[in-house]
Design a protein around this ligand. Sequence first.
Ligand code: UD1
Ligand code: CA
Length: 483
Amino acid sequence: MPDLVEGREAPIFAAVLAAGRGTRMRSNRAKVLHTLCGVPMVNYVISATRPLAPEKTLVVVGHQSEKVEAVLPKVTEPVLQREQRGTGDAVKVALDAIDEEEGTLLVVNGDGPLISDRTLSGLIRRHRTAGVGATLLVADVPDPTGLGRVSEDAGVVRIVEDKDASEEEKGISLVNLGLYAFELSEIRDALEETGTDNAGGELYLTDALEIIGRRSRAVTYVLENPEEATLVNDRAQLAKAEEIISRQILDSHMRNGVTVRDPNSTHIEAGVEIGRDTIVLPGSLLRGETVVGADCVIGPQSDIRDTVVEDGAAVEHSVSRGARVGAGAWVGPYSYLRAGTVLAAESKVGAYCEVKNTTVGPESKVPHLSYVGDAEIGRDVNLGAGTITANYDGKNKSRTVIEDGVFTGVNTNLIAPIRVGRGAYLGAGSTANKDIPPGKLAVGAPARVIRDSPNSGNSQTPESGRAKKNGPDGTPDEGSGEP
Ligand code: UD1
Ligand code: CA
């Protein structure tokens, strides 16, 4: 915001008010910790102050202070308000952490996550151009219920709280959004004079504004974009605000070249990255630290968290947590990738599989109804339907190593710890409880070696053709010879 920075004589300080409980949320969690698209409410407000480059960004914490402090970015400085005695008291606590005599204090309520940096800088600009002691952001809203009503009487800006308002005052639709610019000396003095004679018995910041208005001058600045007036006091408002943020996130992905088939049923959290020409199909959730490459197909109905999906991969009707899906790999339908799963390029998992803490090598297939945990699977491996790693004996977890080119028949059990040697075959229904040497065919329960495997000395299994490329619409060209 160069025009602002240039014209500025005195520094800007920001105070974010976030000590309240948020009773109307009916929650065990402090209001400002409720998330919108994966990010706590208070962090949106803090982000909006960043472009102003405040000298200090003080966050007034109180209710669940430790938990709130834990989510605050490093650039902020938490200050503790021990008892929540009102917004005026909260600002006093912030002022105690500012030594300077001159400067502008930007006060932001922690429960207005939609406020933009543009509005904040407009507020400061208006404040400085007018050369006043206080500037208040106001909005004309269709439903002012619960908010402080703003009126101007003989040039003095006055705010009446909803619970203190007369019937006539309740009819006012111009409201206070909890955003102010104050000259430091003015707000310091005014708060000394502010009383607690009101319905809440609290120290109202709004009363201090009125005092400044009487003494020097206070002006209002009208909000331009009505969406930003969405404040969060209860869960219905939380949903409304999240819907707006969610739409902003989706729009920005679409502008970057991502196709979102049904924005209404798609939820992408802030911070998720998606490459161009990726298609996100209806009912999908992309959350946490997820990075999706280019030309991928996600969904329908995939729930992906903290997962890297490389270029050209597909994740259909599946759930993934903390996994990595290699380029051109195929997951689903109806599969579950758990933490530590790494699928190499062109590999395949699903339908109906669960994979945990396992690497699956290039072009290997875990195609049907399998559970693979704590395993290392080489390249060109083909697991038969219902191949299970028995990795847990009730006490310990053990590893399974399946070397390159292994082929297992349907309903194979691998009792870990175990190693199945390169190119070995396991017959249908076998239960292997000790290592299978490379190149051998073993059958039965417990599995015993009966002869060389059909592909001994050759790491290629006859069935393992390259995983097929996905079609442009995300439909896999199913290999015809696939078991
Ligand atoms: C306040 C305003 C009201 C305005 C509304 C906009 C006052 C007296 N009233 O009312 O005019 O329309 O915001 O949202 O200021 N907080 C603290 N410490 C406290 C009390 C509150 O940090 O002791 C924080 C809360 O965490 C919250 C913010 O200040 O983020 C506003 O508090 P809240 O109780 O929601 O104020 P409102 O009654 O909504
Ligand atoms: Ca409020």
